[in-house]
Design a protein around this ligand. Structure first.
Ligand SMILES: Nc1ncnc2c1ncn2[C@@H]1O[C@H](COP(=O)(O)OP(=O)(O)OP(=O)(O)O)[C@@H](O)[C@H]1O
Ligand SMILES: [Mg+2]
Length: 423
């Protein structure tokens, strides 16, 4: 039905647009993260190398009283500590390291977090008993890295914003042809349906006239019956076309299910009545169980009738002679429920969801079946805001359950016709 087509179309277009936006955003985010990550790595690496070089140079050639910026030098010579009389950071020099180096001659390198900053410390032995300890304060390098990270975060945020806008524009541009193709397809169906209405109405009138004349004339019974059948077939065709148009009109209304109030119980009873002869031919017991009052839903009666017809036709086809088909109607939790259960060949439960796929036919389905009935039924049901469910077991029968939102309680039946109090 075009009502659900419209919803499906909108969902397809929305999904496509979202996918493009997310992909563009992801691409930009990854690009900024990649470039930023490389910049950060190169910068930190260069800073570390520079700090270590300065540390070594200072420990080897520096003088405690004139160290370069952010650096301190302590010299232990003959037991005397020379700190260049400078103000030294809290915790320095590391006396233990100096004495250890003095004793072992091994160089000690340290990377310390202290006083809210990071220090690189190199303690090494010089000539004689001379031990030098160079300390490098990394606070400016750390601040540079923090600034770089902040800049990257801002770039990432800006990139994301740009990606969202770009994604939206690109998405709109790339998805527009898809939306247009879908809309054109829907327009074609409604236009074709509309154009078919008049010739069908004319053919129906002529068939009716012919059937009436045939009744008056002295024609054989089977000719008269054929003309009656021709008239009713053409009427059915007209109903299908009207249905398509009505559904297309409904699809333009965004608020909830619309249409006319329909008593699903009467629809089901009428459908069962039509199927009774075929069931009797195959000695199948066909029963209907329904509550006394009407079960009103809002929708398109002919479409709902086709849905019930399809369930019954399938059940009769898949139930062997002597079997049973039970149609049960009721309402629960604001929903009208219709169940068609048979004692036929059934199906594997894992197949249940696939039965509603277009062109899905069960094993052994005859060639003239298309596997479309249940797919169309589901479109009708979802178009009415309802659900359909199948359950079964091989050899133990099948059960199909339709659930449709019940019409507002003020909906009433009057003189066989339904009126509704929906606001
Ligand atoms: N009552 C049932 N019992 C067992 N299997 C069923 C029943 N109803 C449907 N099926 C399985 O579901 C399949 C799909 O059903 P559907 O009505 O979509 O197609 P179809 O009846 O094969 O063909 P079409 O309806 O297009 O003429 C069927 O081929 C059949 O295998
Ligand atoms: Mg079918």
């Amino acid at each position: 039905m075009s009502r659900s087509w419209a919803e499906a179309e909108r969902a397809v277009v929305r999904r496509a647009r979202l996918r493009v936006s997310v992909l563009v955003a992801l691409a930009i985010t990854l690009l900024v993260a990649f470039v930023g990550g490389i910049a950060y790595l190169v910068m930190s690496h260069a800073q570390e190398a520079q700090a270590k070089r300065e540390l070594w140079y200072n420990a080897t050639f520096g003088a405690p009283s004139t160290p370069p910026g952010c650096t301190w030098l302590f010299i232990l010579d003959d037991g005397e500590l020379d700190d260049g009389l400078l103000q030294t950071p809290l915790g320095f020099p590391l006396h233990e390291d100096m004495h250890e180096v003095l004793a072992s001659g091994e160089t000690i390198k340290r990377d310390l977090e202290l006083n809210g900053t990071r220090y690189l410390v190199l303690t090494q032995r010089g000539e004689g008993d001379r031990v030098a300890q160079a300390v490098f304060d990394m606070r400016y390098q750390l601040a540079d890295r923090r600034h770089l990270l902040l800049a990257l975060a801002i770039a990432e945020l800006g990139g994301l914003l740009a990606a969202a806008v770009l994604g939206l524009c690109v998405g709109r541009g790339t998805v527009a042809p898809l939306a247009e193709a879908l809309a054109r397809q829907r327009r074609f169906v409604t236009d074709a349906s509309h154009e078919l209405r008049t010739p069908i109405a004319r053919a129906y009138t002529r068939a009716q006239v012919l059937a009436r004349r045939a009744r008056a004339a002295d024609l054989p019974d089977d000719h008269r019956d054929s003309l009656d059948q021709l008239a009713s077939t053409i009427r059915g065709l007209g109903e299908v076309v009207d249905d398509l148009l009505l559904s297309a009109r409904l699809s333009r209304q965004s608020e909830g299910p619309a249409g006319r109030p329909v008593d699903l119980a009467s629809v089901a009873e009428a459908a069962v009545e039509t199927e009774e002869d075929r069931a009797a031919e195959r000695r199948i017991t066909l029963t209907v169980e329904r509550p006394a009052g009407p079960l009103v839903v809002v929708g398109v009666e002919t479409a709902l009738r086709r849905a019930v017809d399809e369930l019954l036709a399938n059940a009769v086809r898949h139930t062997p002679e002597g079997g049973r088909i039970d149609v049960r109607l009721g309402s629960r939790d604001g929903q009208v429920e219709l169940t068609v259960a048979d004692t036929g060949e059934g199906f594997d439960q894992v197949e249940a969801a696939r039965l509603f796929d277009r062109f899905h036919r069960g094993p052994g389905a005859p060639e003239r079946r298309f596997g479309l009935g249940l797919a169309l039924l589901r479109e009708i049901v979802t178009g009415h805001g309802g659900t359909v469910e199948a359950s079964g077991h091989p050899g133990e029968g099948a059960r199909f359950t339709l659930r449709l939102p019940a019409a507002a309680t003020s909906t009433t039946v009057a003189d066989g016709a339904l009126t509704t109090g929906r606001r």
